[in-house]
Each structure stands twice: as structure tokens, then as C-alpha cells.
Design a protein around this ligand. Sequence first.
Ligand SMILES: *[C@@H]1O[C@H](CO)[C@@H](O)[C@H](O)[C@H]1NC(C)=O
Ligand SMILES: *[C@@H]1O[C@H](CO)[C@@H](O)[C@H](O)[C@H]1NC(C)=O
Ligand SMILES: *[C@@H]1O[C@H](CO)[C@@H](O)[C@H](O)[C@H]1NC(C)=O
Ligand SMILES: *[C@@H]1O[C@H](CO)[C@@H](O)[C@H](O)[C@H]1NC(C)=O
Ligand SMILES: *[C@@H]1O[C@H](CO)[C@@H](O)[C@H](O)[C@H]1NC(C)=O
Ligand SMILES: *[C@@H]1O[C@H](CO)[C@@H](O)[C@H](O)[C@H]1NC(C)=O
Length: 351
Amino acid sequence: MLQKMPAANRQFFIGLAVGHISAFVLISFNVLAYIPVHFSVLQSYYEDIYNKTDFTSYDDTAKMSNNQVLLVNDVHMHNDNDSVARKLKEQVRVLIWVLTSPANMEKRATAVKNTWARRCNKILFFSSKDNATFPAIGLNVPEGREHLTAKTMKAVRYIYEHHFDDADWFMKADDDTYVIVENLRYFLSGQNTSEPVFFGHHFKLFVKQGYYSGGGGYVLSKEALRRLGPKANDSSICRQDGGSEDVELGRCMEKLGVRTAESIDSMNRSRFHCFDPETHLSGNYHVTYAQYDSHGAKKGPESISDYAISFHTITPQKMQALDFYIYHLKPYGINSGNQDLNRREDKDLKH
Ligand SMILES: *[C@@H]1O[C@H](CO)[C@@H](O)[C@H](O)[C@H]1NC(C)=O
Ligand SMILES: *[C@@H]1O[C@H](CO)[C@@H](O)[C@H](O)[C@H]1NC(C)=O
Ligand SMILES: *[C@@H]1O[C@H](CO)[C@@H](O)[C@H](O)[C@H]1NC(C)=O
Ligand SMILES: *[C@@H]1O[C@H](CO)[C@@H](O)[C@H](O)[C@H]1NC(C)=O
Ligand SMILES: *[C@@H]1O[C@H](CO)[C@@H](O)[C@H](O)[C@H]1NC(C)=O
Ligand SMILES: *[C@@H]1O[C@H](CO)[C@@H](O)[C@H](O)[C@H]1NC(C)=O
């Protein structure tokens, strides 16, 4: 197959093979023929979205935060009965850590802080430099996409050393991830945190058992953190920097015997999402997405769980809007009630 390619392509594929031999072993040649891309293509797709976004327009976000409209307790403005959610908050304690940077503090990390972060049992922001007022924890790593792996490994190490007892589950998110924390707790209430397992939006490439999209967020059981924590700074198990953060974490987890597992709901609908709701609704996906996604790049409302957990590429303004749609806006006369959408067979499900 390589012989038939033009020289430039051949060199590209050989380069790719050197870096990602496991990918070559795993991807069938049939699929390979359609992948003239490096694994960071989705990453640069995200970057492209941001390069085309006019962040100056997000001054609106600051205005909304300043007049506190969305900062009051969600339920007190309504006639909601949140007793089940409050009970779960005690029973299923979640720590979420957000990777951010000094440049993103003011807009993106602030939007996270003012919206979904308030609903976590514990929230930690990690940056390259300490910011005592935000507050953010400085990990003393260089900024840039190519150093995200170092940020993640150091963050994991930090959480393992300082917050192991503060939660039952540990989730990583980016500063453009939106998390519906109540739905995260509901899903996890059906899972066993003593199992070496982690969950997220599953991609089927590069790692034998697959890995999870970094931006869609991934959540580690306590046992997963117990295994990863002591090894996150061990370069013989976990790559310390470079590569793609999510792929590297996936490789590391596989070596530590931490399993990927299914997180679709009882109607086979997705809970973790690597794009924004509009993209998953329309199916207007990046051309390579179908090669990554383990569930056939489904689209439309029927493919998304009522109890969806995460979305990605959410701008600060959209974060405020999602908070408004999910927690504020209500159709009169309709009480949704709670459904049981956890799968019974989850414990046995593997990818
Ligand atoms: C986004 O902008 C940065 C800085 O201008 C540039 O280095 C990078 O190549 C751009 N990325 C894409 C995908 O266009
Ligand atoms: C709120 O919901 C709980 C659980 O369904 C129920 O037991 C309780 O009676 C409800 N409280 C009110 C005030 O409706
Ligand atoms: C800390 O973050 C805030 C945004 O909340 C920003 O205004 C401030 O300049 C940051 N401080 C440092 C030392 O970076
Ligand atoms: C949870 O997993 C642990 C470790 O595998 C096991 O010992 C325990 O029985 C499980 N608990 C439940 C409720 O299944
Ligand atoms: C990882 O960090 C711990 C605590 O700082 C240290 O004891 C251990 O030697 C480090 N491991 C490696 C492989 O550097
Ligand atoms: C979910 O998928 C499984 C396996 O493909 C199928 O057997 C089942 O009928 C599906 N359930 C629903 C509600 O679509």
C-alpha cells in the first residue's frame, strides 16, 4: 500500500507510523486508506473554531456576571423540587478540575466559574501560573497545546496528593467544556468507584481500548485515580509532555489496567459530547469525526440523552446561554419528573 503512494504521502505516513505504531496495528487498512490525517486534526479543528471567533464580543459575559442575574441559586428563582439532586450531591461527590491558562482566565475560566462550576462538590482550576485571587493553581508548565499533556499529568498528581479524600469521582474538563453536574452524578450513581474504570466521549483510534476526547471531559473512578496518581509522574508509564493530551492519558490508563466503559443511556443515547449541542444536533461534523467516534457519529435530538453530561467548544457567551436554557427557562404546565435512564447492564459493558 505504501509503495503506491506519491513520495510526499509516503513520507507523511512513515512519519505517522513512527509516532503512532499502535494506531497502525489497530486501524484496519480499509480505514487507513481514508485517513490522510494526523490525529491532531480534531485539535486543530477546535483551534480553527476559536481563531474564527471574535472574543471581544464576549464583554457581554462580563456584564451578565456583574449584575449577578445568573449567580443566584438556581432553584430559588423557581418552583423546582431539587431534593433528589441535593441528596445525590451528598452521595456522589464529584471533583472537577479545569485546565485553563492566564490568557483564558478572564473570559473562559470566569464563565465556567459563574455557571456550572458552582454545582460541583469541589472545583479546581489549573493554569501555568498561580492566580491567588481567581483562584487557580499554577503547575509551572509552559503554555500551549503541545504542553497539555504535562498540565494533565501534573494536575492528576496534584489532585492525588491533595484531594484524594475530597470526592468519589474525579472529572477533567477544559475551560470551554460545559458540564451538567446533576446528570454526571446521576450517571455515576449507577457505577462503582472502586472499579478501575473511566468514562467520557469514546474515540476508537490510537489506543487498543480507545480513549476519551479531552474536551468532552473524562471522569475517573477513585480506583482509577489511585492507580494513575502515583504513576502520573513516571515517564515509563505515562508520557510526561507532548503528543495529544487525551490520547496520552488513554495510553497511560490502558497500561495501568484502567478500563474504558460505556456511558450511553438506556435508550442508547450519548451523554458525553466532544462538540457543542448545535453540531451534534445538525450532524455538521468535521470530516474525520466518523473515524474517531465509537458510536457511528450519530446526530439529532434522538441521539442525545435527556441526561446529557457534557458539551465542548462552548464559548463564554454560550455557557451563560446554556445555563439559562437548562436551569431557568421552563415551559409552563409541564413538570418533567425524573426518568430512570441508567442502563442495568453497564457494569458488564466494554468497548
Ligand atoms: C490559529 O491562530 C494561531 C495564532 O495566530 C496560529 O498559530 C494557528 O496556526 C491557527 N490555527 C489554525 C488551525 O488556523
Ligand atoms: C420533592 O420530591 C421528593 C422526591 O420525589 C418528594 O419526596 C417530596 O415530597 C417533594 N417535595 C415537595 C415539596 O413536593
Ligand atoms: C487572576 O485572574 C483574574 C481574572 O479573574 C485576572 O483579572 C488577574 O489579572 C489574574 N491575576 C494574575 C496574577 O494573573
Ligand atoms: C465495587 O467494586 C469492588 C471492586 O471490584 C467490589 O469489591 C465491590 O463488591 C463492588 N460493589 C458493588 C456494590 O458492586
Ligand atoms: C513522583 O513524585 C513523587 C512525589 O514527589 C516522588 O516521590 C517520586 O519519586 C516521583 N516519581 C518519579 C518516577 O519521578
Ligand atoms: C440499544 O442498542 C442495542 C444494541 O444495539 C439494541 O439491542 C437495543 O434494542 C437498543 N435499545 C434502544 C432503546 O434503542
